[in-house]
Design a protein around this ligand. Structure first.
Ligand code: ADP
Ligand code: ASP
Ligand code: MG
Length: 409
């Protein structure tokens, strides 16, 4: 390892949740520097303050122009960055705060879900050269037409990984309120175990299916740019979980983790004429509104008619339903309905590829609990089922035990 290494350390909302936590983070940065590392810090908004800002916007406005919403939401991270710099100054550590735009984070212009297009990190390099700790506001950037943008919920993870790639950091450390990536959300499954290492393929599937400890795009970015990623706790500071490149020689667990996701809703377009081009037309319109479609099920056609069901993020439900209703006439569909009380439960494991029978066992466990499966989808290393939201936690614990993931007691 080089004598002086560079670490990007990202601190999530709970990690900077109050004055005491902010001082603890400053103390940790000081110790990291003492150990001979340079540090760039990335901070989230304090505690649940992004939710509070969203609530305020809802109270004030029913239109919420996206440009203004982004301007509002970025303030949360600005508070944390300034306070952390003050706490560092008290410890005698020179630190300087940077908004996303000051840190050179350029994005697309899709407000509230912008993508990073380029990073111009010269100001951060200058600050590092002068011995400062740059503290960057996560979750935000600036579009080509110089509007302030945000990167989507959980987006500080992307800021951190993207900065680590741009600065060629030795590692990106994601400090959060759990000690690493677990076999299931430890808040739902108390017997879940911490995984010392998780492969990128599995981590991508976990992040895509509700394992919100890392935002999906941060995992994609880390894989594409070979950023060593370490998820760990800002409460215990113990070593956490490394996200690593899979090695062909590794033997994989059949099931590594169980995830759940209650952030999606199902839309059903009934009695659509079963002819080529209908699905293309429908999903093109949804995609053009910037809405991500996840699971899709088309029923067998009867009398030349078929039903199409698909899931979208709950936050996009209203606009997706409106698009479908507008198109229903054109497509000749009978009706559009939706369900926002569903949840998705998934099993993930790279060893699934070579072990048949995981699907059958998953269905058996759920059947024994009397749980009905409303939609099913699979990839080579994942099986997902849509179930009623009120049974998902019970199902998680049962699957976790059935696939021998429980901590040995
Ligand atoms: P931060 O504010 O630090 O970004 P998040 O709330 O976004 O924190 O992510 C951490 C949370 O992710 C944990 O508190 C935990 O409840 C949840 N989580 C969901 N699935 C997992 C998992 N498989 N392993 C660890 N944490 C998980
Ligand atoms: N504060 C933002 C959010 O709550 C970004 C983040 O925490 O990563 O989504
Ligand atoms: Mg997060």
């Amino acid at each position: 390892m080089a004598l002086v290494s560079l670490l990007v350390q990202k601190f999530g909302g709970t990690s900077v949740g109050d004055a005491e936590r902010i001082r603890a983070v400053a103390d940790h940065i000081m110790r990291t520097r003492r150990d001979g590392h340079q540090v760039v810090a990335v901070v989230s908004a304090m505690g649940k303050s992004t939710d509070d800002l969203l609530r305020l916007a809802n109270e004030v406005s029913s239109t919420q122009p996206p440009r203004e919403l982004d301007m509002l939401l970025t303030t949360g991270e600005r508070i944390s960055m300034a306070l952390l710099c003050m706490a560092l100054a008290d410890l005698g550590i020179p630190a300087a705060s940077f908004t996303g735009s000051q840190a050179g984070i350029m994005t697309s212009d899709e407000h509230t879900k912008a993508k990073i297009t380029e990073i111009r990190p010269d100001r951060l390099f200058e600050a590092l050269d002068q011995g400062f700790v740059p503290v960057v506001a996560g979750f935000q950037g600036m579009s080509a037409d110089r509007n302030i943008t945000t990167l989507g919920r959980g987006g500080s993870d992307v800021t951190a990984v993207a900065l680590a790639a741009a600065l060629k950091a030795d590692a990106c450390e994601i400090y959060t309120d759990v000690t690493g990536v677990y076999t299931a959300d430890p808040r739902v499954v108390p017997s879940a175990r911490k995984l010392p290492r998780v492969g990128f393929d599995e981590m991508l599937e976990m992040a895509a299916t509700g394992g919100r400890v890392l935002m999906l795009r941060s995992v994609e970015f880390a894989r594409n740019h070979h950023v060593p990623l370490h998820v760990r706790s800002s409460f215990t500071w113990e070593p956490g979980t490394w996200i690593v490149e899979e090695e062909p020689s590794m033997e994989y667990a059949v099931v590594t983790a169980v995830t759940h996701d209650t952030s999606e809703a199902k839309i059903t377009v009934t009695a659509v004429p079963d002819r080529p081009g209908v699905a293309a037309h429908l999903f093109r319109a949804v995609a053009e509104a910037g809405i991500n479609v996840d699971m899709i099920v088309q029923n067998t056609a009867e009398n030349g008619m078929t039903d199409i069901s698909f899931t979208v993020p709950k936050v996009d439900l209203r606009s997706a339903v409106a698009i479908c209703e507008t198109l229903a006439g054109e497509l000749g569909a009978a009706s559009v309905s939706y369900d926002d009380t569903m949840a998705r439960i998934s099993l993930i494991g790279a060893g699934m590829k070579t072990h048949p029978g995981v699907t059958a066992k998953m269905f058996e466990v759920l059947a024994e609990l009397g749980i009905n499966l409303e939609m099913i989808s699979t990839s080579s290393i994942r099986i997902s089922c849509v179930v009623r939201e009120d049974v998902v936690e019970h199902a998680m614990r049962a699957l976790h035990a059935a696939f021998d993931l429980d901590r040995a007691s």
